[in-house]
Design a protein around this ligand. Structure first.
Ligand code: SAH
Length: 459
């Protein structure tokens, strides 16, 4: 290690910033975040710094730096573009044994300012010892995206129970076990979803009766249309903490790959020639797993609340008082249209968009065709591959022109993403002659034409 990472208390302590430009302003803000008492010396200061001084947030002295300015300072940052001045500040600070940082001059620094992920009171500092600051920043971006913002709140909450937990368990191992369960279970999830008061009650309940059998939780997670990069941060986090994951055929292999390695995987989709697990059984499975105290992830393709029967699954959970969360996903219509260069709405061609199910029941689709067969609208049919002929006939019979553009998107957003464009009249012919497999989405509307110009994915 070239540097020792430490966190230094500068609350209400005098800290000096030399320089009055944008970089100085950024450093001042950083010091203010840690509640320092900031003195800025700058002959000329930018508007933002002057505004801070006007608000009495800092003391600004507009004159040249003098050697006595370093006296009694806890920390010094020099952020001027005058090399000689920076070197002088550094020398004086070192002579007085005051930690000093000179922006962009590692050799003049006795401390460096790391990249920071701030989830106060949790703070993560990343440094490359000045060797590769951009890499440190990239690592920071990764951490930013995977550490929930509410970790700070969780740490605050834990802090407020620390003494109580200490007095309840004398053994450090017991304390560790207690906190591990709090930080990766239902209580933490409550904090993340803003229910801090409920979480407090739960921690207290656990302290009062640590042996009570704990009910688990169900996460109804939208896994998106296929490309794992389209998962939300929250979806990924819950997938990685679940003990059991129930998924079906619509969830892409690449997405299933991302669940926790040692989670139990339960496939509830159709198996070759056999039928899928009936919906009622899936609902019951979720309840049973949760009652065993497990964290259950019900992973669904697209968005769980769009033709996903997600509502039915959580209805059963609600009836059984099982805590649950719903994580939206990118629905097939959004994913397929984006990756096919077909905007669902467009100022000139389509002012509204409808998502409808094209699932055939007794050979027909029960849909309000008069409302669908209109111009300046995009209609997205889910589950309509088998009913494509019926769809085409009904749209035309209800007045839609037969040359209305249509796109079929197979396995949208995945490496097998494939698109056919045709017209309403030709649609049955395309489905009959081409080998098109599920899942496929059918988009009907003038916007389909834009693909000629806007396709970017499968060119
Ligand atoms: N909840 C899902 C939809 C479930 S219904 C969502 O929000 O996307 C299943 C239908 O969705 C399929 O029949 C197909 O029409 C469509 N679909 C889902 N994923 C798809 C994909 N990757 N490519 C094309 N269509 C898809």
């Amino acid at each position: 290690m070239n540097y020792l990472p430490i966190f230094i208390d500068i609350k209400q302590k005098p800290c000096l910033v030399v320089g009055g430009g944008d970089i100085a302003y950024r450093k001042i803000n950083l010091l203010l975040k840690a509640n320092a008492q900031v003195n800025c010396i700058a002959k000329e200061a930018c508007g933002n710094i002057i505004a801070l001084a006007d608000d009495n947030k800092i003391t600004l002295t507009q004159r040249n730096f003098e050697s006595s300015d370093v006296d009694a300072q806890r920390l010094i940052i020099s952020a001027t573009d005058n090399k000689q001045l920076n070197a002088e500040v550094s020398d004086l600070a070192n002579f007085a044994n005051i930690p000093v940082n000179v922006v962009d001059s590692p050799d003049l620094c006795s401390f460096i300012v790391p990249s920071i992920v701030d989830r106060s009171p949790i703070v993560i500092a990343i440094s490359s010892a000045g060797k590769a600051p951009v890499l440190a920043r990239l690592i920071r971006a990764k951490l930013e995206s995977t550490i929930p913002h509410a970790y700070g709140k969780l740490a605050e909450l834990a802090g407020s129970f620390r003494d109580k937990v200490k007095s309840k368990f004398d053994n450090i191992e017991d304390r560790r076990y207690f906190w591990e369960r709090v930080f990766s279970g239902v209580i933490a999830e409550k904090v993340f979803s803003g229910k801090v008061d409920e979480a407090k009650v739960d921690i207290q309940a656990q302290l009062d009766n640590t042996n009570s059998s704990e009910v688990g939780e169900v996460y109804l997670v939208g896994g998106g249309p296929g490309d794992p990069d389209l998962l939300t941060f929250k979806a990924l986090r819950l997938m990685q903490q679940a003990d059991v994951v129930l998924y079906d055929r619509l969830v892409s292999k690449d997405v299933v790959e991302l669940v926790r390695r040692d989670a139990e995987l339960v496939y509830v989709g159709k198996k070759c020639d056999r039928h899928a697990v009936p919906q009622g059984d899936i609902n019951q499975l979720l309840v049973d797993f949760a009652k065993q105290g497990r964290r259950v992830c019900r992973l669904k393709g697209g968005d769980p609340f769009i033709f996903g029967r997600g509502g039915e699954e959580i209805e059963t959970l609600a009836e059984n008082n099982i805590p649950f969360q719903v994580v939206p996903g990118i629905t097939a219509a959004s994913g397929c249209s984006a990756y096919s260069g077909i905007p669902l709405t467009h100022r000139d061609y389509s002012q509204s968009c409808r998502f409808v199910t094209g699932h055939l029941k007794d050979g027909t689709m029960n849909l309000p065709w008069d409302e669908l067969a209109v111009e300046h609208q995009t209609v997205v049919f889910y589950m309509a591959l088998l009913g494509a002929q019926h769809l085409s006939e009904q749209m035309i019979a209800h007045g839609m022109r037969d040359n209305m553009p249509v796109a079929l998107v197979e396995k949208g957003t995945t490496p097998e993403h494939k698109v056919w464009t045709t017209t309403l009249a030709e649609l049955p012919n395309v489905v009959a002659t081409e080998t098109i497999k599920a899942p496929t989405l059918i988009i009907v509307g003038e916007v389909v034409k834009l693909r000629e110009k806007l396709n970017w994915f499968d060119v």
